[in-house]
Design a protein around this ligand. Structure first.
Ligand code: GLY
Length: 321
């Protein structure tokens, strides 16, 4: 089927489910649980850490925090945590958020010198009346909570940045330049949670914050319905509040895969320059069903449940070159 034909069919589908609110389809009552899903291949070891929590009956919120700490602490993952690409001035600035089954959420943005932003976000959620802390305030809070400041710019990232300074070519998140880990989990009690963490776009403008720490854009969880997370060019998710949209489409009866496809279709319909970028949505519903969709081919996601662990290619709106 041509991309255009599929696109038109999907527009009709998402229009139809909007019109059919609220009783579209009937969800299965059996649950595939526990289960954890996360973006990209770096999701495989992250899922393994989350599974250690879930398989022992632990909470989804603890699983996603432990899970995404793995790529945050791995300097070979160049788009999350320590070793992440710096901004145009050579500063590694990290964004993360976390959300549980009770609509509790916490986020940090533009955080420097702290390796595990997701755990700082967790403490914003648990220990403050706020949802988001940024920049120096987020760092001050992290240090007060016992985090240790460290240099996050590895020699490899510094060398790459110094090479980039020679051309200063604008980097955008497309098929060659991908990023964030977003993780969603459903625990044994049937509760959903999610986390999302990134160093953001390589060599970004100083001060730039993407979708990853923004509740509704890079992550959203509604324990009645499902959860969604995103990867790719954050500005596109922010303009469409993409993850909230995915969850609302699931509320209207879409499967996780259909809901992700609907959000990609919304971006394509609203944002004229979408073909230049990569965006991938990943969703998990209350029944433990999961699915994904992206703009460009090449996005994959990791799944772990009682059937084992695997890496799955997401379907894409556009075909390869
Ligand atoms: N999705 C990560 C970012 O745009 O920063």
């Amino acid at each position: 089927m041509t991309t255009r034909r599929r696109f038109l069919q999907l527009s009709a589908f998402t229009g139809a489910i909007s019109a059919a609110l609220p009783a579209f389809g009937k969800q299965s009552t059996t649950q595939n649980k526990p289960v954890v899903v996360s973006t990209w291949e770096h999701g495989m070891p992250a899922n393994a850490a989350a599974w250690r929590v879930l398989s022992q009956g632990g909470r989804a919120i603890d699983a996603v925090e432990q899970g995404v700490r793995v790529p945050e602490g791995d300097p070979s993952v160049r788009t999350v945590g320590i070793g992440g690409y710096p901004d145009a001035e050579g500063n590694v600035t990290l964004d993360a958020c976390i959300m549980d089954e009770n609509m509790n959420c916490g986020a940090v943005a533009y955080l420097q010198g702290i390796k595990h932003p997701v755990s700082v976000a967790r403490l914003v959620m648990d220990n403050t009346p706020h949802v988001m802390l940024v920049g120096e305030g987020a760092k001050k809070f992290a240090l007060e909570q016992g985090f240790v400041e460290e240099n996050l710019l590895t020699d490899e990232a510094k060398n790459d940045w110094q090479q980039w300074l020679k051309t200063r070519e604008v980097q955008q998140i497309n098929i060659e330049n991908h990023d964030t880990i977003g993780m969603l989990a459903l625990d044994n009690k049937g509760n959903l949670s999610g986390a999302c963490t990134t160093s953001g776009a390589a060599y970004k403008m100083p001060g730039r914050v993407g979708d990853s720490p923004i509740i509704g854009s890079g992550l959203y969880v509604d324990n009645e319905v499902g959860a969604a997370t995103a990867t790719g060019m954050g500005e596109l998710m922010m303009k469409t509040v993409g993850c909230h949209l995915v969850v609302e489409l699931m509320r209207q009866g879409a499967s996780p895969a259909e809901a992700c496809e609907g959000a990609v279709e919304r971006i394509a319909r609203k944002l004229g320059d979408y073909k230049a970028f990569q965006v991938g949505f990943l969703a998990l519903n209350k029944q433990g069903q999961y699915g994904a969709h992206c703009i460009q081919p090449g996005f994959n996601y990791a799944v772990q449940d009682s059937a084992g662990s695997r890496l799955i290619d997401g379907n894409s709106l556009l075909r390869g070159a």
